[in-house]
Design a protein around this ligand. Structure first.
Ligand code: ADP
Ligand code: MG
Length: 408
């Protein structure tokens, strides 16, 4: 190409190399993190969970296209932090590159808030613990337009409106309201499964869509999400303590299947992930039990040392890489097979006593038992005091999956 400055092989005109203006760079980065309302809900809920919230409420208008509000009772932010958090690579969660190998929080990239703010109008109302007053920050298309003191309960509320108003190409790719909504319902259910000790509430256009109790038992979330009939057919899975890879959770009896994998959820160190390893392990375990084209319901939690899993391989952190894939596959396969092998003899995951308590709960009253955290075969034992129902009076729909478009 010597002698033809500014032209590349294909004849495309090549100008000088320049560093992009901030707003252009922000929009490019936003494209990786934020592609639809569900990805915004994911980032905001992750922030709430990282902030130690025990209640997370998601309110949507028009499938999130018109408005997304996420409210939590977490640690909140001080003024400087709330403004700084809007800068790219601003995070309170890691300090040095080495920290990337010991991640115990859901966020760490410091990209979510600036990415969302670059393509929307974003309002933060937050109050840190011990502070007299809260603060409100408004960002329009990436620029902070207002920051003021304002009374607020402890915790954080983030509201996103005008989504993609400045990115018409992306706006065009948004799907109809029911589709965007069903992605968010799926997502919130999965957060609720992974954080059984957190009470989630999801509403759409003012109507309650889903609520989890935050009782500590993921099986209660299975009931809230997929219905009591399904929960009754779930088998507890647990590979046991001590091994470097532990696999726990619930899988359905082979008679209970679905036509898609959308009822299968996999978590690594409580992070929702897509991982072909666990999908394959599950398929393998059910070989001969379920016909082709049918998929068991599953909710599997893998616990490994954070040092042997790389969570920084994907912009939305949905994919992870294991140092020892085979071990993870084998542990999942063995645990699922064990659960299935005992299926005929084993007690269902939902002992009669818990069923009763759930019946009471879904009727909007106080649960009779508060089962211990973490999925385990023995989760039916009554422990401790009755829990306060954080959303008393709310009628829990079941199954919520009815909202998903048919044929998914
Ligand atoms: P990351 O989560 O990767 O750190 P984000 O852009 O999502 O990056 O958030 C930036 C920072 O803002 C977080 O590290 C955290 O300190 C603060 N923050 C965001 N959301 C909340 C929240 N709901 N409650 C408390 N702090 C928050
Ligand atoms: Mg985050």
């Amino acid at each position: 190409m010597a002698g033809v400055p500014g032209r590349c092989k294909k004849g495309i005109s090549m100008a000088k190399v320049v560093v992009l203006e901030k707003d252009v760079a922000d929009k490019i980065a936003a494209g990786e993190v934020v592609d639809r309302p569900a990805s915004i809900v994911k980032e905001l809920v992750e922030n709430s969970l990282d902030a130690g919230a025990t209640r997370v409420e998601v309110e949507l208008e028009e499938g999130g296209r018109r408005r997304i509000t996420v409210t939590d009772n977490g640690c909140g932010m001080m003024l400087e932090d709330a403004v700084l958090a809007l800068e790219r690579h601003a995070t309170s969660k890691i300090r040095a590159a080495d920290d990337l190998y010991a991640i115990r929080t859901l966020g760490f990239r410091g990209e979510a808030l600036p990415s969302i703010a670059a393509v929307s109008t974003l309002r933060i109302l937050t109050c840190a613990e011990g502070e007299e007053t809260g603060i409100a920050v408004t960002v329009e298309r990436g620029e902070v337009s207002a920051a003021e003191q304002r009374g607020a309960p402890r915790g954080t509320q983030v509201t996103v409106t005008e989504l993609f108003a400045n990115v018409p190409a992306r706006l065009k790719f948004l799907k109809a309201v029911p589709t965007e909504l069903s992605h968010i319902v799926d997502l919130v259910i999965r957060f609720a499964l992974s954080y059984p000790d957190v009470a989630f509430r999801l509403s759409h256009n003012g109507r309650a869509v889903f609520a989890s109790q935050g009782s500590g038992d993921p099986l209660n979330t299975v009931v809230a999400a997929y219905g009591r009939e399904v929960a009754r057919e779930m088998l507890p899975v647990d590979s046991g303590e001590g091994a470097p890879v532990r696999v726990q959770g619930y899988i359905s009896r082979p008679a209970v299947t679905r036509t898609s994998r959308s009822y299968q959820s996999f978590f690594v160190n409580r992070r929702l992930v897509r991982t072909p390893i666990l999908t394959r392990a599950l398929d393998e375990a059910y070989k001969g039990y379920v016909p082709a084209g049918r998929f068991p319901i599953a909710c599997l939690f893998v616990t490994v040392d954070p040092a042997v899993v790389d969570v920084n391989v994907h912009p939305t952190k949905m994919e992870v890489r294991f140092a020892a894939e085979r071990d993870v596959f084998q542990a999942a396969l063995r645990a699922a097979r064990q659960a299935l092998a005992g299926a005929n003899l084993a007690m269902p995951a939902l002992p009669p006593r818990v069923e009763q308590s759930i019946q009471v709960q879904t009727a909007g009253e106080r649960p009779a038992v508060a089962p211990p955290p973490a999925p385990s075969a023995g989760s039916g034992a009554p422990v401790g005091e009755a829990l306060e129902d954080p959303f008393a009076g709310l009628v829990v729909r079941e199954p919520v999956a009815d909202l998903a478009p048919k044929g998914k």
